[in-house]
Write a protein that binds this ligand. Structure first.
Ligand SMILES: Cc1cc2nc3c(=O)[nH]c(=O)nc-3n(C[C@H](O)[C@H](O)[C@H](O)COP(=O)(O)OP(=O)(O)OC[C@H]3O[C@@H](n4cnc5c(N)ncnc54)[C@H](O)[C@@H]3O)c2cc1C
Length: 384
């Protein structure tokens, strides 16, 4: 056997999976095709489930554990020799504000606030810094000078942001430290015999065998369903996000801003603010920006922060989120076939959940009991 584990896909999920496998001492190969539209390269990077009420309890509890795992991962990468400066450019803490601009949004914010507080109170131990209301004046003065006149603002003082591209690069650094092999190739076929997957074949015909194969191919993971005779219900959801440049502004200290139309702003040090994003369900795999997408993103950005109107447009990024209809990832073993595992379908929250999901699935694939029950995330829920 060539490897203990082969991982298909080198976005945040595949890279984190490969790193965990390397830490566990497994002989590991990471195969990545680097498709245009790789979601990780476009992700906004908001990690703040504490003040998110969009998804249900299962997502919320998992997401809290997932953001907790980031500190462990960053510590492990530092111990493996990744320079602190690289780590702090990839990941860091900042505040997050949810901003209502009119009475309708203020009513929605009040509703959201009730859920956030109820969940906050249930947590044991309670969070050190809780989510709270602040005045629109304070929001602008302390957290985001370009903010529009707001009706109501909810503040999460300690959230986190991650740059998907830099985090993947940092993980690649960790892979070298752990002697994990990486290869830029297209996995065209799984090697499948007597109901067991025992390796992969590349589009060029090269074959590699392994004890287990992990599919972390983002929106493209669905391609392996036919061969496994199991539908992998992941679809691309295009997201367009625009990076703006504000020379001379101390944006590193600003807060993430969330509005009420799926749009948000994520400031980074060095005068950079990412504004986004579209959520184009049913978009297909075309990973290009569109006129209507760019217009929507800029319109919403200016509604939240009119002060951005003179910013320079630095970059337009397009990513294909691996979307599932119930907004939960697909994790763990594939029913009816042995030797193959899924870690995909993280949709709009894969930067939050991805490294933790990857860790748990790798532990299962390498036959170590995972720290958490993965059954609720099994693809079996779609087969019933
Ligand atoms: C605009 C936007 C904003 C977002 N904002 C956030 C956010 O604020 N917070 C958050 O938590 N998440 C966010 N996300 C979601 C997050 O980015 C994704 O869920 C996550 O990056 C998915 O990672 P992945 O590794 O599963 O897939 P990807 O990053 O898409 O990587 C999949 C990789 O697999 C490779 N691959 C596929 N098939 C094969 C094959 N057969 N052979 C070889 N390689 C293959 C592809 O080429 C690709 O490189 C956002 C996404 C977008 C697009």
């Amino acid at each position: 056997m060539d490897f203990d584990l082969i991982i298909i896909g080198g976005g945040i999920v595949g890279a984190a999976a490969a790193y965990r496998a390397g830490q566990m001492g497994a002989r590991t190969l990471l195969c990545d095709r680097r498709d245009a539209g790789r979601a990780t390269d476009a992700g906004a990077g908001i990690l703040a489930p504490e003040s998110s009420t969009r998804d249900g309890r299962l997502w919320y509890d998992f997401a809290l554990e997932a953001v907790g795992y980031y500190s462990v991962l960053i510590g492990d990468l530092a111990a493996d020799g990744v320079p602190g400066e690289e780590l702090s450019r990839a990941y860091g803490h900042c505040a997050k504000m949810i901003v209502a601009l009119d009475d309708v949004e203020a009513a929605a914010l009040a509703e959201m606030e009730r859920t956030v507080y109820a969940r906050q109170e249930e947590r044991r131990p309670p969070p050190a810094e809780s989510v709270r209301r602040i005045s629109p004046k304070e929001a602008r003065k302390v957290y985001y000078p370009l903010l529009a006149d707001a009706s109501a603002v909810l503040l999460q003082p300690t959230a986190r942001r991650v740059d998907g591209r830099l985090m993947t690069a940092v993980l690649e650094h960790g892979l070298r430290a752990r002697a994990v092999e990486t290869s830029e190739f297209d996995v065209s076929t799984l090697l499948l015999e007597d109901g067991r997957v025992h390796g992969v074949r590349s589009a060029c015909g090269d074959e590699y065998t392994a004890g287990a194969v992990l599919i972390a191919g983002g929106a493209w993971s669905t391609d392996f369903g036919a061969q496994l005779d199991v539908q992998i219900p992941v679809a691309p959801q295009r997201g367009q996000i625009i990076h703006l440049q504000l020379p001379g502004q101390d944006t590193g200290a600003w807060s993430i801003v969330m509005g009420f139309s799926d749009h948000y702003q994520v400031p980074w040090p060095g005068g950079r603010v990412a504004v986004g994003a579209t959520r184009e369900t049913g978009s297909g795999y075309a990973a290009h920006a569109t006129v209507s997408g760019v217009r929507e993103v800029l319109q919403e950005a200016l509604r939240l922060a009119p002060g951005l109107r003179h910013a320079a447009i630095d970059d337009i990024r397009v990513g294909l989120r691996p979307y599932t209809s119930d907004h939960l990832p697909l994790l763990g073993a594939v029913p009816g076939v042995s030797g193959v595992y899924l870690a995909t379908g993280h949709g709009p929250t894969g930067l939050t959940l991805g490294p933790f999901s990857a860790k748990l699935v790798v532990e299962q694939a390498l036959e170590q009991p995972p720290a958490r029950d993965l059954a609720p995330f099994s693809v079996a829920r779609f087969l019933r």
